[in-house]
Design a protein around this ligand. Structure first.
Ligand code: GLV
Length: 332
């Protein structure tokens, strides 16, 4: 049986590449930059599988350029960059990397929350600029985290991992999700459901963990920001377009809200005009899952999914479209 031909669009950890290479022939764009779109489409022409990241749009145009494509594994839990329906229509299996990045992402949401609340980055800049001359009771005052109210928007795996950490800070935990969890589970987590508007009014810290789709695009817009407390801190480690970034810049500039911690951007990697000039925002380049351990696990998981579908002809562990995988495998 011929070995499957795979396109890998970025440098990935050695362990994942070694695993993939045991079963597949690999062509790789291994630069630390996004693959140019025309090259991406050209390289896909003769590929059976694709291991991509979230900067590669897998849409109708992509599929038209890849007549042999049977499986797509994204090196991410989010798959809003993939047209899953269009893949299904062509019997292409889609896989993602859930679970392995949950705790790492929750840790990072907390890093941003703490850094924004306690002005860690401003303090770092202050030190490096040689401005620290004497301890000052009124210098760089932030806000307490312990005992406050955290509002978690999206109560899936990552939102729940954030909630577990919040319990350790003695916080009141409120959440909003399109699907309310069972009351027994709410009790187990010690969380309380709120409608979104109520959550925005009540929370001291608002952290986003929902998927990006038509319902959540600009969920946090000017109106939503206007409901928040002036002392509120907003954290986004989910997807940039969930927040209207221009409205956020206005709210931060006018101190309508106190601070924000952002890992994702509406037009990533670009930032809205004025954002980087503000001192009350902590900015990170989409690092939430970026620990060596987790990025290795994600790479191995994505590689294994492709191997399962294309070489082992078996159901992958993390299909986004299991019904399509079933049909594809039945025909293999
Ligand atoms: C990263 O943003 C992911 O979806 O894994």
């Amino acid at each position: 049986m011929a070995r499957p031909n795979i396109l890998v669009t970025r440098s990935i950890p050695d362990e994942a590449k070694r695993l993939l290479a045991k079963h597949c022939d690999i062509e790789q764009y291994d630069k630390h930059a996004a693959i140019p779109r025309p090259l991406f489409l050209k390289m896909l022409k003769d590929k059976d599988g694709l291991l991509c990241i979230l900067t590669e749009k897998v849409n109708q145009e992509t599929l038209d350029a890849a007549p042999r494509l049977k499986a797509v594994a994204t090196y991410s839990v989010g798959y809003d960059h993939i047209d899953v329906k269009a893949c299904g229509a062509r019997k292409i299996a889609v896989m993602n990397t859930p679970g392995v990045l949950t705790e790492t992402t929750a840790d990072f949401a907390w890093s941003l929350l703490m850094a924004a609340a306690r002005r860690v980055v401003e303090g770092d800049r202050f030190m490096r600029a040689g401005k620290y001359k004497a301890w000052d009771p009124m210098m760089l005052l932030g806000c307490d985290v312990f005992g406050k109210t955290i509002g978690i928007v999206g109560f899936g795996r990552i939102g729940q991992a954030v909630a577990r950490r919040a319990a350790g800070f003695g916080m009141k935990i409120i959440y909003f999700d399109a699907q309310r969890i069972f009351p027994e589970v709410e009790r187990e987590f010690g969380v309380h459901f709120r409608e979104l508007k109520d959550l925005l009014r009540e929370a001291d810290f608002i952290t986003l963990h929902c998927v990006l789709d038509a319902a959540t695009h600009h969920l946090i817009d000017e109106d939503a920001l206007s409901l928040m407390k002036p002392s509120a801190v907003l954290v986004n480690t989910a997807r940039g377009p969930i927040v209207d970034e221009r409205a956020l810049v206005k709210a931060l500039k006018s101190k309508r809200i106190a601070a924000a911690g952002l890992d994702v951007y509406e037009l990533e990697p670009k930032m809205a005009s004025g954002l980087s000039k503000l001192s009350n925002v902590v900015l990170a380049p989409h690092l939430a899952s970026a620990s060596l351990e987790t990025r290795t696990k994600m790479g191995v998981m994505a590689a294994q999914g492709l191997i399962d579908v294309l070489a082992n002809k078996k159901m992958p562990a993390h299909p986004v479209n299991p019904e399509v995988c079933q049909v594809l495998l039945a025909e293999a």
